[in-house]
Design a protein around this ligand. Structure first.
Ligand code: PLP
Length: 381
């Protein structure tokens, strides 16, 4: 029999029950979850192979296809945050030696570069100053020069607030036998996006932004062209957890156990997608655009300057320049601690230069814009 030893108690904290402040999350994400989503999340878990749960998985798949405007059969939620779904696209699509062309317009483009390199890709990059986007001509030239197997673009660059137009890129990719991979973490649900119409072959997103859900269950999809590449691989997918050969058997007809799904997160995701379908995706896009324009006008009325040219601005994430002479980081901290209102600071090249204001999902509401403008007005005068 194992001898019992006296337990060490030096890490044994004596805590009171959880008490987290109630914040309005108007930063780059997470955004506040819809109250109905939190309620759904509070439902008692069932088993991950329970028929009731399998039905819920089917519903999630269908609603993800609706929100993304795709008929891709392989459309699932990855158990993990947006980065896990991002890594899933790279892990499944990239084989060592593949040329992967990444359009870098900010921080998350660089993350794609890092990930693709880790999976053995021959990574080529094109870059733009942070806040700008590529024209179709620039992408055409790059595709003709590099002849990539995969072209990876960030639709909504959260670090800069810029929206990369995607119209026409899918056709270019087809002409050159490339797959088009798109990051839609900050666009899904809030920015018009038509995966099939635009010829996107691989896409991923997250739950905690435009879908108004807590983080942890992340949309992922693969077109038949991308599946064909997966099926013709010479090497195994170098990531067991994210291998779609295995995961598709859990989400598909076989229902083979792969991992224990985070049941309650999927409850939450299902409710957030249900609410989005009830509103209608076009209405959601319109709501995000209207509230963003209301914000932009309010910021300009305060004498502030927006970082991105209007036609490329994201409705979900706005970058506004910090007025000369102000300590942006200190003000954001004050807003958080005194006003319970979170905004983000600049990342990378834009560190210390901009605040990042998110109006995503449930948080994209006029009253939130009014609250933010009222607080900001006091801080910058
Ligand atoms: N891609 C973009 C554009 C993002 O904004 C983020 C997160 O903000 C990610 C990827 C990574 O997602 P997560 O933080 O959920 O892992």
């Amino acid at each position: 029999m194992t001898q019992t030893l006296p337990a060490k108690n030096n890490q044994k904290l004596q805590l009171s029950p959880l008490n987290i402040p109630n914040r309005l999350l108007l930063g780059p994400g997470p955004s506040n979850a819809h109250p109905d989503v939190l309620k759904a999340m509070n439902t008692a878990p069932v088993g991950h192979l329970d028929p009731a749960f399998l039905t819920l998985m089917d519903e999630i798949q269908s609603l993800l296809r609706y929100v993304w405007q795709t008929e891709n059969q392989l459309t699932i939620a990855v158990s993990g945050t947006g980065s896990a779904a991002m890594e899933a696209t790279i892990a499944n699509a990239v084989e060592p030696g593949d040329v992967v062309l990444v359009g870098v317009i900010g921080y998350f483009g660089n993350r794609l570069v890092d990930m693709a390199g880790r999976y053995g890709a021959d990574v080529r990059t094109i870059t733009k100053p942070w806040g700008q986007v590529f024209s179709l001509d620039e992408l055409k030239t790059a595709i003709e020069t590099h002849r990539p197997r995969i072209v990876a673009l960030v639709h909504a660059e959260t670090s800069t607030g810029a929206r990369q137009p995607l119209e026409g890129v899918g056709e270019l990719c087809r002409e050159h036998d490339s797959l088009l991979l798109v990051d839609s973490v900050t666009s899904m649900g809030g920015v018009p996006l038509y995966l099939d119409e635009w010829g996107v072959d691989l896409a991923y997103s997250c739950s905690q932004k435009g879908l108004g859900c807590p983080p942890g269950a992340s949309p992922f999809t693969m077109s038949p062209r991308a599946i064909e590449k997966l099926q013709n691989r010479q090497t195994k997918v170098a990531n067991w957890y994210l291998d779609m050969n295995l995961l598709s058997k859990y989400w598909g007809k076989e229902r083979t156990y792969h991992h224990t799904a985070p049941i309650n997160l999927y409850y939450a995701l299902r409710e957030s997608l249900r609410l989005l379908a009830e509103e209608g995706i076009e209405n959601s896009w319109e709501r995000h655009q209207n509230n963003a324009e209301y914000l932009w006008q309010g910021l300009e009325d305060l004498g502030m300057t927006l970082h991105v040219e209007k036609q490329y601005r994201l409705p979900t994430l706005t970058t506004v320049r910090i007025p000369e002479g102000l300590d942006g980081k200190a003000i954001a901290r004050e807003m958080l601690l005194e006003d319970n209102l979170e905004v983000g600071g600049g990342l990378g090249e834009l560190g210390g230069k901009v605040w990042r204001i998110g109006l995503m999902g449930y948080n994209s509401r006029k009253e939130n814009v009014d609250k933010l403008l009222e607080v900001l007005k006091k801080k910058i005068k």
